[in-house]
Design a protein around this ligand. Structure first.
Ligand code: 1YM
Length: 655
C-alpha cells in the first residue's frame, strides 16, 4: 500500500520538514531534555484522554531496541476521514503540526499547554513511528518512517494509509503509539528511566485514580524487566504526604480543597510540618510552574487573609497588633496547588510562570471560601489553633532573625577583616570571570592556594563541617562561622535579600574529597544554597569540582581518571605493567597536579548543579539532610550515584 501524494500531503510534509529543520523551535533542545520531550508529547495526549474521563490507565514502555511506547484505554484517536483534509484522523494527528477542524480537541476541557505542539512533532523527529487504534472490536494500524525522498531526508512519511487489520482489538478501546527517536536529530537517544519514572509518578499524583505503568525492557543483570506502577487514590493528598514523609506533620491528614470558578478548576492539598521552610509546588494543566505565577499569588493572598482573619476572630491578634505576614503562615507549609484551565499564558525566564491575570482572583476566591469553611468546622479547631500558634512563633523568630541580620550587616566590615586570614581573594575585579573554590580542609586549601591562578581564582578553605541548614532555624544558621564566611565572601546576601547582581564570583565551585565525608560536606553546602540562595543554583552559578580518583602511569603513558568505569578502560589501553595511584583525598595531590586536573579551566571537569524538578529536589534534600535515618540509608543504598550529586540533576559542563 504505497502512499500516493497529492497537494495536501505536500503541505503536510513541509510542516514536518520545518520541525526537522529547526527542532529547537518545537522541543527546546536536541539534548536529553528534547529526547524526553517527544515522549511527553505522546504521554500528554494519553493523559489528557484519561484525565477527561475516557479510560483509566496508561502504560509506558522503554523497549530494548531504543524505542518507547505509550498505550491508553481511552476512546482511540478518530479513525474516520477528516471532512476537508480527506485523510483519517490518525493521519491528521501525526502529520499536521496543529491538528484542527473536526479534530481540534473540542471535547477536552483542558489540555496540556506546554507540550501542546502534538504528536506530529514526535513523528517528525522519529526514525519510525507506529500507531494502533483499538475501536469497534478491531485494530487499525498506520506506520510512518523517516526516509529519503528525491535525495532529501523526510521525517514522518506515511508508509501506508490507516487500515483495518481485521485483528480483534486486544482491549475495548484505546490508542497505542510506539516510536524510535531519530539518532540524526538527537545528541543522545538513550531514555532515562530516572527522568521518566519521576515524571510519571508526578502525573499519577496529579491525576488521582489514573494508573500509570512503567516497564523497562532492558534486561539488567539477568533480573529481567523493571516494572513500576503509579496509582494514587488520594491524588494531591498522597503527593503532600509523600513530600512530608521525612518530616513530622503537625496534623495527620492534609487539608484538601477543590473548587471551580470562571472555568478554572483547582485542587490544593496542604499540611504543616515541623520544618522551617516553605514548600509550595504549583501546576497548571499538569505542568509544573516552578516560577510560580498568578495562581500561586492568589493562593498565598487567600491563605494569609483567611488566617489573619481567624487570628483576630479568636483573639490571638488584638486590635493594636499588626497582621502576621504571609511568610509566617507558610513556615513549615507543604502545599501542592494544581489548576486546570484554558488559554494558558506562560511567562518568566524559563516559561514556567503562569501569567494569566484573571487567575489570581479566581483562585483566591475559591481558596478563601473553602478554607474558611474548613476552619469554621468545630472538628478542625485544633488544626486552626496549631497553624496560628506556629505562625505567631514564626513571626517572633522572624523578628529575632531580622535583628541578627542587622548585626550581621553591621559586622560585615569586621567580617571582611576576619576573612583576610581565611579567604584568599583573587586580584581580578570582574565577577563574571571570578571563581570561588570552597575547599574541604585547611591542608587542601593550602595546596589549592598554591595551585590557583590568582588573577581570577579565590580560595576559601573550610575548617570543620559547616552547619546542616536543613535542621536549623535561620537565626542559628546565621550564627554559624563557616556559613557567615561563605555569605560574606559571596556578597549577594541570603533569603529574600539575596541579590545575584551583587555576587562576587559567578562560579562557586565546591571542592571536596571523593569519599563519604566529602559527599556529606557537599550535600551540606548544596542544602544551604538550596534553602537560602536558591537563585544561586537556579542561575547556574554552583559547580562541583571533580578531582581525579586515579593516576595511571607507564612509560609513555600518563593519565588521570575520574571514575571506575574510565579506570577499566584506561587500564586496558595502558596494558600490562601500568602503575595505578589512587588519590584518597585532595591533600594527596601536589599543587601542580591539582591545577592540571581540577582547577585549570582548560582541562578540568566541573559539574553544574541545577534544580529542574523542584518538588523532587526538595524531597531529596529533606531525605538526605533530614532526620529520617531509615529513609536516608535506603535512598543512599538505592542510588549509588549519590556521590555524583545526580540528586540535583547535575549536568556535565566544562571539560
Ligand atoms: C498513546 C497516545 O493519543 N490518545 C488519544 C488521543 C486522542 C483521542 C483519544 C481523541 C480525542 C478526541 C476524540 C477529541 C486525540 N485525538 C485527537 C484528534 N494516546 C493518545 N485518545 N476522540 C479521541 O479531542 O475530540 C488529537 S489527540 F485531534 F484527532 F481529535
Amino acid at each position: 500500500m504505497e502512499k500516493e501524494y497529492n497537494a495536501q500531503d505536500i503541505r503536510v510534509l513541509e510542516g514536518l520538514d520545518a520541525v526537522r529543520l529547526r527542532p529547537g523551535m518545537y522541543i527546546g533542545t536536541t539534548g536529553v531534555k528534547g529526547l524526553h520531550h517527544i515522549l511527553w508529547e505522546i504521554v500528554d495526549n494519553a493523559v489528557d484522554e484519561v484525565a477527561n474521563g475516557f479510560g483509566d490507565a496508561i502504560a509506558v514502555t522503554v523497549h530494548a531496541d531504543g524505542s518507547a511506547s505509550v498505550l491508553d484505554n481511552g476512546r482511540g484517536i478518530p479513525v474516520d476521514i477528516h471532512p476537508t483534509l480527506n485523510v483519517s484522523g490518525v493521519e491528521v494527528v501525526f502529520t499536521q503540526l496543529h491538528a484542527g477542524g473536526k479534530f481540534d480537541n473540542e471535547s477536552y476541557k483542558h489540555s496540556g499547554g506546554l507540550h501542546g505542539v502534538g504528536s506530529s512533532v514526535t513523528n517528525a523527529l522519529s526514525d519510525w513511528l507506529t500507531v494502533e487504534v483499538y475501536k469497534n472490536g478491531t485494530t487499525y494500524r498506520m506506520e510512518f518512517e523517516t526516509r529519503e525522498v528525491d535525495g532529501q531526508i523526510k521525517g514522518g512519511v506515511p508508509k501506508y494509509r490507516l487500515f483495518d487489520t481485521g485483528q480483534p482489538s486486544p482491549q475495548k478501546s484505546g490508542t497505542y503509539v510506539r516510536f524510535k527517536p531519530d539518532g540524526r536529530i538527537f545528541e543522545t537517544v538513550n531514555f532515562s528511566l530516572d527522568v521518566i519514572s519521576r515524571r510519571l509518578k508526578e502525573l499519577a499524583f496529579l491525576n488521582k485514580g489514573m494508573r500509570i505503568i512503567l516497564t523497562d525492557e532492558h534486561v539488567r543483570m539477568g533480573i529481567g524487566f523493571l516494572k513500576r506502577e503509579y496509582f494514587y487514590e488520594g491524588g494531591l493528598i498522597d503527593f503532600v504526604k509523600y513530600l512530608n514523609e521525612t518530616k513530622t506533620a503537625a496534623f495527620p491528614e492534609p487539608i484538601f480543597i477543590t473548587g471551580e470558578r470562571d472555568n478554572i478548576s483547582l485542587e490544593a492539598a496542604l499540611q504543616y510540618t515541623d520544618a522551617y521552610t516553605e514548600n509550595v509546588f504549583s501546576y497548571v494543566n499538569n505542568i509544573p510552574t516552578t516560577e510560580g505565577g498568578t495562581h500561586e499569588t492568589g493562593f498565598k493572598i487567600a491563605l494569609t487573609k483567611v488566617l489573619n482573619d481567624f487570628a483576630r476572630r479568636t483573639g490571638v491578634l488584638r486590635e493594636k497588633d499588626q497582621n502576621l505576614l504571609g511568610d509566617d503562615f507558610r513556615e513549615g507549609l507543604t502545599c501542592v496547588l494544581s489548576v486546570k484551565m484554558q488559554n494558558v499564558q506562560f511567562e518568566g525566564q524559563t516559561k514556567t510562570k503562569l501569567g494569566n491575570p484573571e487567575v489570581k482572583e479566581s483562585v483566591s476566591a475559591v481558596i478563601s471560601s473553602r478554607l474558611t469553611e474548613f476552619f469554621e468546622a468545630p472538628d478542625n479547631k485544633i488544626i486552626l489553633d496549631t497553624v496560628i500558634k506556629k505562625a505567631v512563633l514564626a513571626a517572633k523568630v522572624r523578628e529575632a532573625a531580622r535583628k541578627e541580620k542587622e548585626i550581621t550587616r553591621a559586622k560585615n566590615s569586621i567580617d571582611s577583616f576576619n576573612l583576610v586570614g581565611k579567604l584568599s581573594a583573587c586580584s581580578g575585579k570582574k565577577p563574571e570571570r571570578n571563581e570561588l573554590f570552597i575547599v574541604e580542609g585547611d591542608s587542601a586549601g593550602g595546596t589549592a592556594k598554591q595551585a590557583r591562578n590568582r588573577s581570577f581564582q579565590a580560595i576559601l578553605p573550610l575548617r570543620g563541617k559547616p552547619l546542616n541548614a536543613e535542621k536549623k532555624r535561620i537565626d542559628q544558621v546565621l550564627a554559624n562561622e563557616e556559613i557567615r564566611t561563605i555569605i560574606s565572601a559571596l556578597g549577594s546576601g541570603i533569603g529574600e535579600d539575596f541579590n545575584v547582581d551583587n555576587l562576587n564570583y559567578h562560579k562557586v565551585i565546591i571542592l571536596s574529597d571523593a569519599d563519604q565525608d566529602g559527599a556529606h560536606i557537599r550535600a551540606i553546602l548544596l542544602t544551604f544554597f538550596f534553602r537560602y540562595m536558591k537563585d544561586l543554583i537556579n542561575e547556574g552559578h554552583v559547580y562541583i569540582g571533580l578531582p581525579p580518583l586515579y593516576r595511571i602511569t607507564k612509560k609513555d603513558f600518563d593519565e588521570y581518571v575520574y571514575d571506575d568505569a574510565a579506570l577499566e578502560e584506561a587500564k586496558a589501553r595502558a596494558g600490562r605493567g601500568a602503575v595505578i595511584q589512587r588519590y584518597k583525598g585532595l591533600g594527596e595531590m601536589s599543587a601542580e597536579q591539582l591545577w592540571t586536573t581540577t582547577m585549570n579551566p582548560e582541562g578540568r571537569t566541573l559539574v553544574n548543579v541545577s534544580i529542574e524538578d523542584a518538588a523532587e529536589a526538595e524531597k531529596l534534600v529533606s531525605i538526605l539532610m533530614g532526620d529520617a535515618i531509615d529513609l536516608r540509608k535506603a535512598y543512599i543504598i538505592e542510588n549509588a550515584n549519590f556521590n555524583k550529586e545526580d540528586n540535583f540533576k547535575a549536568a556535565q559542563a566544562g571539560r
